[in-house]
Design a protein around this ligand. Structure first.
Ligand SMILES: Nc1ncnc2c1ncn2[C@@H]1O[C@H](COP(=O)(O)OP(=O)(O)OP(=O)(O)O)[C@@H](O)[C@H]1O
Ligand SMILES: [Mg+2]
Length: 213
C-alpha cells in the first residue's frame, strides 16, 4: 500500500490547499485534496452537501474519501479539516508524516474573513471558531508529528518551515515526539520576504517515516 509523503492537517482556512500545492511543487510530487475529491464525485460543493444531507452524512462521505486517498496517494495529501474527528481516520494517520498547520483566531479572521461558504462558521463565527478549535486542537496534535505555526507567515514561508522539519529528519512516531516550528530564525522574515525557498530537501531525506524511526 502506498502512503502519502506528507499529510497536512489543520482547521479550515489555515492554508492546507495553498501550502500543500506549493509543497508538492517543491518536492516534485502530486497534491491531493479530499474536499476536491468529494466535490468532483458528488457534483456539489461541500457547503451544499452539508445543507442537503446534514453533517453526519457528510462526515461519512468524507471518511470514505480520506481512507481512499490515504491508500492511493503517495504525494502531499490534505484531508478535510474535520476528518480527524473520526477515530478510524486518526488511527490510519498514526505512523505517517502528519504536519499540523496551526493558527490563532486573529489569523483565522484574516484568512477566511470568518464569513460565508463555511457551514460550521455560519453564525457568530469567532465564537464558533474558538469552540471548534477547543474541540479539535488536541485531535490535530494527537495525529501530528510536527506542528507548524502559520501566524504572520506567507504561504511560501510555511512551506519552508515544513521542509525544515522534514530536513531535520527527526520524524518519530514511537513514542510520538511532537516538533513545534514557530517564530524565529531563518524563517522569521516578514511575510513575502525573500527567505522563501531557503530550506531545501535532498531526496535521501524523503524516506518513509517507518524507515526513519
Ligand atoms: N500563509 C498564508 N498567509 C496568508 N494567507 C494565506 C496563507 N495560506 C493560505 N492563505 C489564504 O487563506 C485562504 C485559505 O487558504 P486555503 O484554502 O489554502 O486553506 P485550507 O486549509 O485549504 O482551507 P479548507 O479547510 O477550507 O480547505 C486562501 O485565501 C489563501 O490564499
Ligand atoms: Mg483546502
Amino acid at each position: 500500500m502506498t502512503a502519502p509523503t506528507i499529510v497536512l492537517v489543520g482547521p479550515m482556512g489555515v492554508g492546507k490547499s495553498t501550502v500543500g500545492q506549493l509543497l508538492a511543487e517543491r518536492l516534485g510530487v502530486g497534491y491531493r485534496d479530499t474536499d476536491d475529491d468529494i466535490v468532483a464525485a458528488e457534483g456539489r460543493s461541500i457547503a451544499e452537501i452539508f445543507v442537503d444531507e446534514g453533517e453526519p452524512v457528510f462526515r461519512g462521505i468524507e471518511k470514505r474519501a480520506v481512507h481512499k486517498a490515504l491508500a492511493e496517494h503517495d504525494g502531499i495529501l490534505a484531508p478535510g479539516g474535520g476528518s480527524i474527528l473520526d477515530a478510524d481516520t486518526r488511527a490510519l494517520l498514526a505512523g505517517l508524516r502528519v504536519v499540523y498547520l496551526s493558527m490563532d483566531v486573529e489569523e483565522a479572521v484574516k484568512r477566511t474573513g470568518l464569513n460565508t461558504g463555511r457551514p460550521l462558521l455560519a453564525v457568530n463565527p469567532r465564537k464558533q471558531w474558538r469552540e471548534l478549535m477547543e474541540a479539535r486542537r488536541h485531535l490535530y496534535e494527537g495525529v501530528a508529528t510536527a506542528v507548524v505555526a502559520t501566524d504572520g507567515c506567507a504561504a511560501c514561508q510555511v512551506v519552508d518551515r515544513v521542509l525544515a522539519v522534514l530536513a531535520g529528519g527527526q520524524w518519530t512516531n514511537s513514542p510520538r515526539k511532537l516538533q513545534r516550528v514557530e517564530g524565529t530564525g531563518d524563517l522569521s522574515a516578514p511575510a513575502g520576504a525573500l527567505t522563501c525557498g531557503a530550506a531545501m530537501l535532498s531526496e535521501d531525506r524523503l524516506q518513509r517515516p517507518e524507515e526513519n524511526r
